[in-house]
Design a protein around this ligand. Structure first.
Ligand code: SF4
Ligand code: SF4
Length: 235
């Protein structure tokens, strides 16, 4: 979702219009709503420019203003250069390179009067299945991925890791490596999947663990985890 961002008001006057500062576009690309499907069908925004936040992934919620588990799947415009700044944002002009067909969330955003935008949060969103309507092979692949590599409940994980750190680390290491193996196979089998991996599967699980105190490192061909100095005892 485009993040709501109140711009500072140095003139002392109440803001009543967009200053076109672009700050909201640097806080994250827009979430896509059902009404945005025509933009995708016309290929004005290609799927390689989308990223999926799977249900339960932790993200900033503008309504609560907290980082919390998403209540639903969110497909949004991806960031750029490893940052959340929308891939369609042009920093040299502070402008949008797809302005004429920008998504609903962007058209609605008024940082100085956010009620309309807040009402859209996690409401009437497009899902991967909506977007892949009629593409049975890719739909089936997403279903297989969700069955083989379900997202852990991060609230439960946070409790378990404190109670049984070694056991939890072992289970999670199995999950992150299964996740990587599934993706590697799918990407090798299909150029489309390689281009659209972040849309089809979201970010790899191992990339989601840092906020919960995990460090990821490679050991031989597998990924290993450390949690607050504790590693799995494999000896
Ligand atoms: S809505 Fe306009 S004024 Fe507000 S942050 Fe975005 S570009 Fe800047
Ligand atoms: S699509 Fe355009 S208006 Fe919307 S977040 Fe990206 S750069 Fe900003």
């Amino acid at each position: 979702m485009v993040q709501l961002h109140k711009t500072s008001n140095t003139s002392g006057k109440e803001q009543t219009a967009c200053k076109q500062c672009g700050i909201c576009c640097t806080k994250g690309g827009a979430a896509l709503h059902r009404t945005d499907i025509s933009i995708l069908r016309k290929k004005l925004i290609p799927r390689r420019d989308l990223i999926t936040l799977r249900k339960g992934e932790f993200a900033h919620n503008p309504v609560s203003d907290k980082v919390q588990a998403t209540s639903t799947e969110i497909v949004k415009l991806r960031g750029t250069n490893g940052e959340w700044t929308c891939c369609y944002y042009n920093p040299s002009t502070c402008g949008c390179t797809i302005y004429a067909h920008r998504p609903l969330a962007c058209r609605t955003l008024r940082c100085w009067d956010p009620q309309e935008s807040l009402a859209l949060v996690e409401t009437d969103l497009l899902s991967r299945m909506n977007i892949l309507d009629g593409e049975k092979v890719l739909q089936e692949l997403v279903i297989q991925y969700e069955e083989a590599c379900p997202l852990p409940d991060f609230n439960v994980l946070s409790l378990d890791i404190r109670r049984q750190p070694e056991k939890s680390i072992a289970a999670l290491e199995d999950q992150i490596n299964a996740d990587v193996r599934f993706r590697d196979r799918a990407v090798q089998d299909s150029t489309t999947v390689a281009q659209e991996e972040l849309f089809l599967f979201g970010r790899p699980l191992f990339q989601l663990l840092h906020p919960f105190g995990f460090t990821v490192f490679q050991s031989g061909n597998v990924l290993r985890l450390q949690w607050k100095g504790i590693k799995r005892n494999t000896s």
